[in-house]
Design a protein around this ligand. Sequence first.
Ligand code: SAM
Length: 307
Amino acid sequence: MPTMQKPSNTETKKAIRRYWDAHPISTDSVPHEPGTRESFEAIYAKWKETIDDRRMQFLADCRGKEVLEVGCGIGKDARFLTENGIDYTGLDYSFRTLQLAQKHLEFAGLRKRFVNGDATSLPFGDNRFGLVMSIGVLHHVPGTAEACREAMRVARPGGSVRIMFYNRHSYHYALVNYVVRPLIWLMLALPPLRALLRAGPEKLRQMFAVCKEDGFSRERVLAISADTSFAGQDNFIPHSGFYTEKEMRRLFDGMEEFRFFRGDLKYFPLTFLRKFAEARWGFFLTMTARKPDQEKAKSSETTDKHR
Ligand SMILES: C[S@@+](CC[C@H](N)C(=O)[O-])C[C@H]1O[C@@H](n2cnc3c(N)ncnc32)[C@H](O)[C@@H]1O
């Protein structure tokens, strides 16, 4: 096997933009041409089914604040927040995704404010937004720590951040890392076992096909497992990180009033334990935290100096 050189951050970033330009989030999940009214309406209708008390509470938290979404995708949250009167700005790195987001809000007859940019160097001044949200984005960015610092920088003192990462202490991670990955290894080593693929889900067949061509490092297998688009040649998210609550606290060091919740549990066999398991080992780990007030930050700086 040829030795593979680790790609540089710049190469990974280019690959990431190529990936999202080719596969704007959610567009694969409905049977309509991306960018058409039917496609947006079907995606939004599906997404709206997930609105629960927690999201309504989030909407209430956004009221009266200037909200920035980092990695806004095709504008599902943008539409929901804007149609509910929130002062919203969306940013995304992918040009095509951003064009779709613009079109989406145009079709919905809503005001649109979108910016192209990179989460690791946000094109905004310090202390600008009352709430900075980023859902399923910063773990795909090489330079996650930088991107977290940027989110904190542009949040106002007293404002908050809401971030969703993939959860390393999740059922998904355990299933993929300790069951699926060894299974793929076995099927690569012992071809007769590949008959098992016929009985497994489509996702397993896709993962096996990619791993057979391209190798199966832990990162690769986990990244493919988290990919929501159709798999194929050159078609998997180039970078996906999985984080624990402790690591997220560290990435957002300096913030206060941390809150965490977990959601999304696929392929879990024990239906009667579903709710219990999802709250503990759900795939999505969402964090909210508050940026300390300036006065408080200043007084603790002064105390530190006098120590
Ligand atoms: C999994 S999607 C999530 C989109 C949206 N938050 C949602 O929930 O539908 C990740 C998004 O992050 C964007 N993205 C990837 N890298 C980025 C970066 N460095 N800066 C800003 N956005 C980025 C992608 O273009 C894509 O739209």
